[in-house]
Design a binder for this molecule. Sequence first.
Ligand code: SF4
Length: 309
Amino acid sequence: MTGFDPSPDAPINTLSGFFRDHFGGRVRKVSLDAGFSCPNREGADRRGGCHWCDPSGSGPAKSESGWEEVLRAGAAKLSGKGFKGAIAYFQAFTNTLGGTSRLEEVYEKALSVEGVLGLAVGTRPDCLSMETMEILERLNRKTFLWVEIGMQTMHDPTLALCNRGHGHAATVSAFGELHRRGMRTVLHLIAGLPGETGDMIRESFEEAARLDPWGIKLHPLHVVRGSEFEKWHTQGKLRVLGLSEYAELAVRLIEVAAPRTVFHRITGERPEGMLVAPAWCLEKDRVRNEIYRLLHETGGFQGRLNRKN
Ligand code: SF4
């Protein structure tokens, strides 16, 4: 764990700061689509996917050259530029879906690529069988690893409305098992899901802080092309947050989170051609500056309101 000491001068424990402490220099993630699918899109009951999800499975577009080449090229690009190496980030779709031998083969292949320092595996909380947990635990003993699971909100009616395909209990259970096995876990949260009030969003933030994950990723609900929410938005059935509304919520999460929690993201990012709304999501620096400005103005910092602090 990092020796980060939050204060008004260093208000957020960021992933780049963690990398510097842990690896002694800069590290970059290489996002991959290794050809996994998603049980919520292509399972036997074909639920159609989460309503915010786009055809790329919330990850990078599939490359013609294959994920291994993407990883090799991504890691090679870093050498000689002052980076310590790369994290192979299995981001698109559900990266624990597949036979255990396929999973082991993919993860081991990634680790064999020159310059790869570790793995990040994005998945759903209801897609972590005990066999998969065992593979991840084994890998965690021999390399640097984190597992990302989508919590999004603690409110089951919202999860159902968004066609998430599981409730909050699945997140608590998967998180508990990952934690018991000593694995770094990152929780994903979305602010501004349909039907949620500010109080509901803040309740989810408190719940995430109670779980006390190693890392958190937050982004505002953003409508992307090809998603079900694009239809809702076109029909005027979906309101998106304004920038200042979002910034206030993000500050709240930062303040209720534990001081050591690593913030992997405090805003979303989509290529211009993919984003429908809100337009301010394209201006990542502006969003980040607004969050930092609010923290600065109020003397806020990470962990200020954390109950375990
Ligand atoms: S967001 Fe993830 S879990 Fe949901 S449909 Fe897309 S790939 Fe599947």
